[in-house]
Design a protein around this ligand. Structure first.
Ligand SMILES: [Zn+2]
Length: 401
């Protein structure tokens, strides 16, 4: 069941849910007081959210034992439902799709329960994907779900629930992924741009960190900007495509069709390609690269690739007006010298660093936490205006079709 209450009602519900996310646990009275709401108003919202199992009441442990979930006691502590999976997360990668049931309560680093691979040369990838999803659904179940959140790479029009362009997974541009997922789980489905999910997840775990650029290094390289705690709103459904900044002299062909994109140097594949070349064609691996850096320090090719990435990152900081960069993904798994070199190169290119401080820190991927935050905003208390999804104007729609 999804609410369709008045705009003011939605505003209050969302405010109360955000506050509870921040507090972890709180009583009705604490929520009302901290939000400046009357106790009856807060109490009514809490009762409604309890009825649809978005919230749950807990009994604090009396003898140091485990807390227990209780019902219908006004003075009790409340929290977002942690006892059930009310949302399902899917993460679509180049070949791997991961699935996890998510509770609305505290989610920290990502834990995926089921995953499956799609062959690189699959003749009908959409059909094969659907088949695998059905097998995953049989394994993971999923009753009483509010909806499914599907994290995808590429240019995503979240308002229209479709992928406009996907440099590394082109088949998803033509397939109606939301419809496929809906046919499996029979609940509402939202497509979420993957770096936006990561950025919102980082913010959920670090509420005080509310202005930053997140850059994720993995199969591709992408970013997302959070300003004043919210995703940057811009006119086109394109944001954070930092990996497709050309690097002078780089001749590698990118999945987007261009030559020389930064991600061809620093994506997982790009890094291993350079490492293999450096090792005169010997077979290499990710752990091999880790060991190599531990033993021999930062190789010149890697230092140069990191500097190329830093140029694009510093350019974004200078243009948007930010002083904090959060790095997630593969680079954070390499020895610390890698992040240190990247951070220094970002400082070198950043205007703010000339007189202020610029931070560039590593963080774990919190994709599922970001998906929960989006799910609460758009599935539990959807706003009629859908203001948490980037909008696309009618004029642009015409231009795109
Ligand atoms: Zn590209």
């Amino acid at each position: 069941m999804i609410y369709v209450p008045s705009r003011m009602g939605q505003f209050n519900r969302r405010a109360l849910l955000r506050q509870l996310q921040r507090f972890g646990v709180a009583t009705r009275a604490e929520l009302a007081k901290s939000l400046g709401m009357s106790q009856p108003t807060a109490g009514k919202i809490v009762d409604e959210l309890l009825a649809i199992r978005v919230l749950e009441e807990i009994e604090p442990p009396e003898d140091g034992g485990e807390e227990s979930v209780v019902r219908g006691r006004p003075g009790r502590q409340l929290r977002l439902n942690q006892s059930q999976s009310r949302l399902l997360a899917l993460q679509l990668g180049l070949q791997e799709t991961a699935v996890a049931g998510l509770s609305l309560g505290a989610a920290d680093v990502d834990v995926w329960q089921v995953s499956f691979l799609l062959g690189r040369n699959e003749p009908n990838p959409a059909e094969a994907w659907e088949k695998q999803l059905r097998l995953a659904a049989a394994k993971i179940g999923g009753s009483d779900l509010l909806g499914v959140l599907l994290s995808v790479p590429g240019l995503v029009d979240e308002g229209q629930n479709r992928i406009l362009f996907s440099p590394n997974i082109h088949w998803t541009e033509k397939a109606d992924l939301a419809a496929i997922v809906r046919s499996v789980w029979k609940v509402p489905v939202l497509l979420v741009q993957e770096e936006r999910a990561l950025a919102l997840g980082h913010h959920a775990a670090n509420p005080d960190c509310d202005d930053f650029l997140l850059v994720d290094f993995g199969e591709g390289v992408g970013g997302a900007v959070i300003l004043e705690g919210k995703p940057l709103v811009n006119s086109l459904p394109i944001s954070g495509e930092i990996g497709h900044t050309p690097v002078l002299g780089n001749q590698r062909r990118c999945g987007c069709g261009a030559i020389g994109c930064m991600e061809t140097l620093v994506s997982l594949r790009g890094l291993l390609e350079s490492f293999t070349r450096d090792q005169h064609g010997k077979k290499t691996s990710w752990t091999g690269l880790q060991e190599h850096i531990f033993k021999h320090g930062l190789p010149v090719w890697l230092a140069e690739s990191l500097e190329a990435a830093a140029v694009a990152i510093a350019g974004a900081l200078n243009v948007i007006g930010l002083r904090r960069v959060v790095i997630t993904g593969s680079l954070t798994e390499l020895p610390p010298v890698v992040m240190a070199h990247l951070a220094q190169a970002v400082q070198n290119g950043s205007m703010w660093a000339k007189f202020g401080s610029v931070e560039c820190v590593a963080a774990p991927r919190r994709r599922t936490a970001g998906l929960v935050a989006i799910g609460i905003d758009r599935m539990v208390v959807p706003d009629a205006k859908n203001d948490s999804a980037p909008q696309i104007s009618r004029r642009q729609k015409v231009a795109l079709t």
